[in-house]
Design a protein around this ligand. Sequence first.
Ligand code: PMP
Length: 398
Amino acid sequence: MAVTPESRRWDSLFAQRTRGDVGEGIAAVLAFLAVPDLISFAGGFPDPLTFPRERASALLAEFAEAGEAQAFQYAPTRGLAGPLDALAGRIESLQGRRPGDDELLITSGGMEALELVGKSFLDRGDVVVVEAPTYLGAIMAFRSFEAEVAAVPIDAHGLDVDELERQLAAGLRPKLLYVIPDHQNPAGVSLSGERRTALVDLARRHGFLIVEDVAYRELGFEDDAAPSLWSLAPDVVVQAGTTSKTFFPGVRLGWAVGPAEVTAQLVVAKQNTDQCASALGQRLFEEYVRRGWIEEQLALSRELYRRKCERMLAALERCMPEGTQWTHPEGGFFSWLTLPSGRDAVDLAQRAVEQGVGVVPGVPFFPDDRGGDNVRLSFSMVGEDQIDDGIERLASLV
Ligand code: PMP
């Protein structure tokens, strides 16, 4: 019998590592965006008000007029020299340590940095420890290499490092520990200074690599960031960064900085991923940094997100029924809601969409089956004047 397109079952040919629940989470979050007129607290998207439209277009015109070739050409896998230098300088001014030339590479977004780390380190069954809850893209990335993802709880001060220490003493043997120390996604909490020191100490004693995701680090509402884990311990930390929340995500640009031996391996992995990050994006970002424009944009962004966050927290305070709890972020994009006992977050999210409000239920942010009574609220993209209305509608459903 001839095999017709209808009768062919491609999914039976899919690789083992793509099976199971590695691929649905983010697609489900992004699908919310398609619903028209939704007041969306769903996606962790930057506000389009922060996009540097005129400056990006002026820079493009400059490149064209100057006859520049490198912005339009392939780039070296590690990145173009100018953008690498600008990025290293920026990391030095923000984190107090300048990466060596062999410690830094430019990636196609923070997500690719995680992918490259996974690809370089993980064999089937290797253990990765994550925070519970954590960024669902990271859970998906590590699972796609058939890793076992184990979760250690967080509280208002970030990852519970004492609990991690207990689990290590009881025999937990991770290769990697993935953590978002600043204004975490999804919970909006930050890792305390004390715990940062304790965590790098554990990594040194137990021989695992810390994967530090700094996606929201530059978006604190105040200037009081604790030292980055990489600056504390460049020997045991690889940091994944992104320009998506501070420049614009359409450019798909990020970085990885870590021990020279590690980044050399990531560069090898990148050669058969995309070979190089967008040269055009790298040059735009370089100029944006060198002219001080990034600092101007950041000041506006931080103020905008602070205002939105305050408004959302005030609305929660006013409207949410007794027994509902939420975190009080000091930066980033998210607050994390815990519903009164007995309430189901998936059911709430569905009913909320019917009422024109988008939220993400907590379940996909855990590698196990926790999160049934949690909801992630993102204040980053929702219109300021829609926040009160959105939270009122949500609260009436709780
Ligand atoms: N890490 C975290 C914690 C994130 O929230 C995101 C974006 N949602 C990323 C990484 C991915 O960023 P990028 O757009 O650079 O791939």
